[in-house]
Design a protein around this ligand. Structure first.
Ligand SMILES: [Zn+2]
Ligand SMILES: [Zn+2]
Length: 364
């Protein structure tokens, strides 16, 4: 029954669409985020992209067993000999440098086995716009050297779909623990009279139920959970069924954690959120201990690609990166700090303090 379903899906999807050729000139068309359609970089012709927003949840108990393979007719995979990144591209395109470490030791690798992404959040704006967002962000980094800021240009930025698994889970938890609230009291008398803070503890226990929807879990070290959380939220409401058209002109990073490892990470993440919610519900100031035990049911997963514009720099022998959430424009990154600018800033700071003191003293 299930196999039949996949057969139908396979035949419904026109194999020709894997390679999006321009009807006018035969060049490979690329996905244009600004118009959300295919565009020929050569003659400017346009091609419609229809989006299917049907959300298909996959039972985690079946794992990858029923998942469709990411067909080698549809994607070509490169492996970087320097940093080990697995870069997935549309069949019409070629990679010459690694988008992560810029090494040129990047070669086609047929050994990459992956399931086909279930869904994708398409890039919502162009690399030009991502560059503008990054420049704006860098301008506010007052201590970053000018040379570094000047480095931010559209040639440096790469649009890479990062691989995530998203999990849904119905959770039921029981908890018990000991929490406390701060109180104050006045003690002593006369000269020794003072206020003291003390904590009143109480034992707590209870149940907690919550349905978690689309918990996003990062699946490799190029783009780990920390990076994902910093760039979140992603517009999961814009996620549509994956089609290779969305990859044209962009790249995808392959997942390196399997489903079991990712689900273990998701359970930790969910557990953390449940603890936070229980603690906030208890209205306490301190937690002596809180033990939470959770059961998960109706767990489903999706393999989702999220859009990230990345820039990697080497500055004075150190690596820096700036990333832009391709669905919201949120920018996160680290810039080097210019010693000269830091010195000027602290001098200005000292100057401001002196000026304030002078004004307060009414000297001027
Ligand atoms: Zn064309
Ligand atoms: Zn690399």
């Amino acid at each position: 029954m299930v196999e039949e379903m996949f057969d139908t899906q396979e035949s419904l999807r026109d194999i020709q669409t894997y390679s999006a050729k321009c009807q006018g000139c035969g060049a490979s068309m690329v996905f244009d985020p600004e118009t959300q359609s295919l565009k020929c970089p050569h003659c400017g012709s346009k091609g419609e992209v229809e989006k299917n927003y049907t959300v298909i949840e996959n039972d985690i108990r079946k794992g990858f067993a029923e998942a469709e393979k990411w067909n080698p007719d549809e994607q070509v995979t490169y492996k970087c000999g320097n940093c080990g990144a697995v870069v997935v591209m549309s069949v019409d395109e070629e990679a010459s440098i690694c988008p992560f470490c810029k090494a040129t030791h990047i070669a086609k690798d047929g050994s990459f086995q992956s399931i086909r992404p279930h869904m994708v959040i398409p890039f919502q704006f162009s690399p030009q716009k991502a560059t503008e967002f990054s420049k704006k962000w860098a301008r506010r980094r007052l201590l970053a050297p000018r040379k570094f800021k000047k480095n931010i240009n559209v040639d440096q930025i790469k649009g890479v779909y990062e691989p995530c698994f998203t999990f849904d889970s119905n959770t039921k938890s029981t908890y018990h623990g000991r929490v406390g609230n701060k109180r104050t009291r006045t003690i002593g008398s006369g000269k020794n009279r003072r206020t003291e803070v003390y904590i009143v503890y109480r034992n707590v226990a209870g149940d907690f139920e919550r349905f978690f929807d689309d918990v996003l879990i990062a699946t490799n070290e190029n783009f780990d959970q920390k990076e994902l959380n910093k760039l979140s939220p992603f517009r999961t409401d814009m996620a549509c069924v994956y089609e290779s058209k969305f990859l044209s002109g962009f790249m995808a990073d392959g997942y390196r954690k399997n489903l079991d490892e990712s689900w273990a990470d998701a359970k930790d993440e969910i557990e953390r959120r449940i603890r936070d919610m229980i603690i906030s519900r208890l209205h306490c100031d301190v937690v002596d201990y809180l033990s939470v035990s959770t059961t998960h049911s109706s767990v489903t997963f999706k393999y989702l690609l999220v859009p990230v514009y990345s820039m990697f720099f080497r500055y004075k022998k150190k690596d820096y990166s700036v990333r832009v959430n391709g669905s919201t424009g949120k920018v996160r990154g680290k810039t080097p700090i210019s010693p000269l600018r830091t010195a000027i800033a602290s001098l200005l700071g000292v100057g401001a303090v002196i000026l304030t003191l002078v004004l307060l003293a009414g000297i001027i």
